[in-house]
Design a protein around this ligand. Structure first.
Ligand code: 13P
Ligand code: ZN
Length: 277
């Protein structure tokens, strides 16, 4: 089978298509230069069983730490060092379908990650974030990390206090407070790819759907690919507006009363401590 035929066949599988399309969208948005960014998508066993033999393990991969909380769970993940630009043309070379072993100490590869490729180097942040989000929302499914341009830029010039950062983003577009009433978590700058950054990110995920890594990028989560991507899109749009207006004289803005009115109209509860009342 040619690479083109192989890709076309893989893309008939809904979750492979979703992963391939979302990575392409992010690359086109300029958020995933080179191998920047990674995605992990929690799948149901029945969903996987429709397309794959669950007993056919291709190889085993050692995770950096045991993840017994995710034992028996299935994920499709992006590969480490893989370019989002290339996923659509070669899903099997750039994505992997994995299952966590029953004791949580091994990753069982069921499809993809061809030529000995490894899952993303940010697996610690992904797995630990899935564990925390599932505790607060059993419908949670998706973790996306990318290098959203304006979010990254904003972390150079805005105070990194979570309440202040969230408040500024809410003020940039009318619908922000409706999309992320729980605000934005921010961790200190840390070396990526480590268990430490995974722990720090996941700790924030107990309370937030999105976490910013200063001078690096963003993590967004959701119950579907659309929800996780839409959250990042909305935050990035607000950050873009901020970067466009930051050095200009502001003649009018969204007032605190308007933010309160918006929350009431859309039935959301803004995180306490961000608005003054
Ligand atoms: P990976 O290629 O290992 O997924 O790393 C990309 C990245 O964005 C690291 O933070
Ligand atoms: Zn990154």
């Amino acid at each position: 089978m040619s690479t083109i035929e192989k890709a076309a066949k893989a893309l008939e599988i809904p979750f492979i298509r979703e992963m391939s399309e979302i990575t392409q969208h992010m690359w086109r948005n300029g958020w995933d230069e080179r191998n920047g960014g990674n995605v992990s998508y929690l799948l149901d066993e029945q969903e996987v069983a429709q397309y794959f033999d669950l007993n056919a393990v291709l190889r085993w991969i050692e995770p950096a730490f045991p993840v017994s909380e995710l034992a028996g769970r299935y994920f499709i993940v992006t590969g480490s060092g893989k370019y989002f630009k290339n996923v659509l043309d070669d899903p099997a070379g750039n994505l992997g379908l994995v299952r966590i072993s029953q004791d949580g100490t091994r990753i069982e590869l069921l499809w993809g990650l061809e030529n000995e490729a490894k899952p993303t180097s940010e697996l610690a942040s992904h797995f630990m974030s899935h564990i925390e989000r599932l505790k607060v929302d059993p419908n949670h499914r998706v973790v996306i990390h990318n290098h959203a341009t304006h979010v990254l830029a904003m972390t150079f010039i805005h105070d990194l206090d979570e309440a202040k950062f969230t408040r500024t983003l809410w003020e940039m577009c009318t619908e922000c407070i409706v999309v992320f009433p729980d605000g934005i978590g921010i961790i200190p700058w840390m070396v990526p790819g480590s268990s430490e950054i995974g722990r720090a990110t996941a700790e924030k995920m107990r309370e937030y759907h999105a976490v910013i890594w200063p001078q690096h990028g963003i993590f967004g989560t959701g119950t579907s690919m659309d929800e996780a991507f839409g959250l990042i899109e909305t935050i990035e749009k607000a950050a873009q507006i901020y970067m466009l207006v930051a050095h200009h004289e502001i003649k009018q803005r969204i007032t605190e009363q308007q933010l309160i009115d918006l929350a009431a109209a859309f039935g959301v509860t803004p995180r306490p401590g961000i608005l003054s009342r």
